[in-house]
Design a protein around this ligand. Structure first.
Ligand SMILES: O=C(O)CCC(=O)c1ccccc1C(=O)O
Ligand SMILES: [Mg+2]
Length: 324
């Protein structure tokens, strides 16, 4: 069901939240929050995304606010720490923000950095987590196949759970997966799922061992769950530096998937220096609860975006609404 645009605009609030650590080249995160009949919901495509891409994010916001979730199989979700491409000296402070998380996802292949920087960061994560910790990497598609092969081989010593989107295309993923198979390190697809015209193409091509699924870019909990069912691969539910409201959307998806073998990328409230919920969905003992957060009116006021940015988001909302 599609609510009227007026109904969306009536409750829309735009916030600008400071990050505790720079991530993806940003240090504040803007989001538009809405109140549906079922609770708060979030529309927060990244600023550079075009309206077509943002349309899936709006469909997701409406899905979470206006449609009952599928049956939930879990009431808490284990989450990973997310380590941005920071210097080794900053790793301990980042990990300390993720209490109880046994798994860390480490960003690698950051433009302007070298493989030596990645190795130093990953080694520091391994040192702090100890031998029982799990380490996965995320290159956001920034290596070519030869660079990926070299880097994965060099980092294999650190005992890797999987490598997420080492290269950009499905063809490259298939190639790197073949080349690194002997190392026994699985390849996960993220952008090849959430930014693809066909999110199932990577699974069909046999180009990944694991799918990263995100509720907002995939059009919402129900659409993402259908993709998970059809893909037939293990999944990791993740997020996009959402507020607690978007994280809750992801947590409900993670609670609904038939099986959940990996810790999820839903701990990222810890990368924000402020949030919008009365009780933020930050990790405790390595897990987040599955519940709908309540918006905190004081936080919405304190972190309200400027009138200019609010107008920009409302215009975006109305343009994207017309695409649904
Ligand atoms: O999966 C996680 O640990 C957190 C989410 C994350 O890494 C992310 C957050 C914003 C944009 C892109 C990504 C990504 O997985 O590539
Ligand atoms: Mg990723």
């Amino acid at each position: 069901m599609k609510p009227k645009l007026d109904e969306l605009v009536a409750t829309a609030r735009v916030v600008s939240l400071p990050l505790s650590t720079r991530f993806r080249g940003i240090d504040t995160r803007e989001a538009l929050l809405l109140e549906g009949p079922l609770g708060a919901t979030e529309f927060s495509p990244f600023l550079e995304y075009g309206d077509e891409e943002a349309a899936s994010w709006l469909a997701a916001a409406i899905d979470f606010g206006w449609r009952e979730t599928p049956p939930l199989l879990r009431d808490t979700i284990p989450v990973n720490a997310t380590v941005p491409a920071v210097a080794p000296s900053a790793v301990a402070a980042v990990l300390a923000r993720f209490p109880g998380c046994r798994t860390a996802k480490v960003k690698v292949a950051e433009p302007g950095q070298s493989l030596a920087d990645d190795i130093a960061r990953v080694q520091e994560v391994r040192r702090i987590l100890g031998p029982e910790g799990r380490i996965r990497l995320d290159a956001n598609g920034l290596w070519n196949v030869d660079e990926a092969e070299h880097a994965i081989h060099a980092l294999a010593d650190c005992d890797l759970e999987y490598v997420e989107q080492p290269c950009a295309t499905v063809e490259e993923l298939a190639e790197i997966r073949t080349r690194t198979k002997y190392m026994g390190i699985p390849i996960a697809a993220d952008e090849s799922v959430r930014k693809a015209a066909d999110p199932l193409a990577v699974a069909r091509a046999g180009a990944a061992d694991i799918l990263v699924v995100k509720a907002q870019p995939l059009g919402g909990i129900h659409a993402a769950l259908a993709i998970v069912r059809e893909a037939g691969l293990p999944v990791v539910v993740s997020s996009a530096i959402d507020t607690s409201v978007g994280i809750a959307m992801g947590a409900h998806l993670a609670a609904a998937v038939p099986s959940l073998d990996f810790d999820c990328g839903l701990g990222t409230i810890s990368l924000l220096a402020a949030d919008v919920a009365t009780q933020p969905l930050a990790p405790v003992d390595g897990r987040i609860p599955v519940r709908r957060p309540e918006l905190d009116p004081g936080a919405l006021r304190r972190h309200a975006a400027s009138p200019e940015r609010t107008a920009w988001w409302l215009e975006r909302l109305s343009r994207v609404y017309d695409l649904l």
